[in-house]
Design a protein around this ligand. Structure first.
Ligand SMILES: [Zn+2]
Ligand SMILES: [Zn+2]
Length: 106
């Protein structure tokens, strides 16, 4: 087999692989977009409702950062001192851990 024929065969196989993989990437993209929109709606609403006890947890209030221990008024999910982004928080009512921002949502 000559060089151009090998290159064309390799490119056609690679193209076929991409065609077969495209639906998988489409589904994964839709799932990630759904998670992103859900996290955006939760953060913009400013409250998270616990799935266990139904308590409404307010995201913007006085909080202490777990990393730098700075206490400030603001979002529970972001520290303006050390710039840490928190993905989870504990329910104020029952203590259950709530994942606000899904892991790997980018
Ligand atoms: Zn901090
Ligand atoms: Zn709860």
């Amino acid at each position: 087999m000559t060089f151009p024929a090998k290159a064309i065969l390799r490119l056609s196989l690679l193209g076929t692989l991409y065609v077969f993989a495209a639906p998988v990437y489409l589904v994964l993209g839709i799932v990630r977009l759904n998670r992103l929109l859900w996290a955006f709606s939760v953060i913009s609403s400013g409250r998270v409702i616990c799935a266990h006890c139904g308590h409404e947890n307010v995201l913007n209030r006085l909080a202490t950062c777990n990393r730098c221990h700075a206490t400030e008024y603001g979002s529970l999910l972001y520290c303006s001192f050390c710039h840490q982004v928190t993905h989870i928080l504990a329910c104020e009512q029952c203590g259950v851990t709530i994942r606000v921002i899904p892991k790997g949502w980018w």
